[in-house]
Ligand binder design. Sequence first.
Ligand code: FES
Ligand SMILES: [Fe+2]
Length: 364
Amino acid sequence: MATSQDYRLGDFTFPRGWFMIATSDQINTHKPLAVRFFGRDFALYRGRATGKVVLLDAYCPHMKTHLAAPNDTSYVIIDGGGTNIEGDSIRCPYHAWRFNDKGECDDIPYHDGAIPKTVCVKSWTVKESLGAIWIWHDPEGGEPEWECPSLPEWDDEAWVQWKWDDLGELKQHPQEVVDNICDYGHLSPIHGSTVQRYENEFKGHHAIQRQCGPHRTLVGDDGVSPILHTITKYHGPGVLISHLTGYYESILMINHTPIEDGSVHVWHALLVKSPNGNAKATVEDEIAAAQFQLASRLAFAQDFEVWTNKAPCLNGMFIPSDGPFMKARIWYKQFYNPRERSAEFLDKCEGVYVPNGAEPYTQR
Ligand code: FES
Ligand SMILES: [Fe+2]
């Protein structure tokens, strides 16, 4: 596996940004969930008192027991009715120290007196939206630099809410996935798109691709089917949202979150506006939306299959008719370096780029 250092991304091993770490469904149980991202282990759970989502570093400061690993034998779990979540707190299965949603130890059953503030685990900034759980990950420990992903269409009854496709682990550095945002040359051979107009833009924490044309996988290329327009945007390094118009209006989301330095966990989903034009989506709409999500997933699988087997592209052999890979890679570096250096990278990549021989998407 090639590492962030191999790609010369910057000071940090893992980037700054919002990242998906689970689906909401995964914590709609009474048990905590052990998850691993950014090369570290976490305990993730939904507080039983308020329903809030809590993400703590996994290991108890007492003797380093995993707070959320499956455990069926400790009396902490057995007497807790199969769980160690108490209110919005979690109790360690080993000696029963308890930690609240802020990560502070608030109970040691065999100890009288005050518990020092230093007895704690780190509590991370998490949010729930779009049927997913999100972490703000920041190597510098700063506050979120932009909003957690959300979509106004999610709560609009005309749209069919998605169910996440959990695509599991991809053993590639996220750089290989992010390259796709400007990969003009792959659209026809891999996806069967006949690109009519194409451009990329880099601006702040956004990397944007605008393109249109017939598409063999998603709309057909029979000369009768509608043209597929996709406006695709990275919101920071790990969250991609694409607005599609073709047969149906829909919104695609692909999220990838580093597990180790050189591997990512990937999710895919599609939000579809009532294909039958209803103000409130019906069961028929839900069936059509699920089919369209499957078609979208198959289009994504075309990329995924290549990524699964390729070698790391540390030094590509790019030509002027390729998309602006070098600009995209500079844009991506801002997330692997201190915030105060962001302008340095943006000065070198912000702007609109059209590959040699392509027609710009936006007529200027
Ligand atoms: S290891 Fe957690 S309470 Fe002892
Ligand atoms: Fe692709």
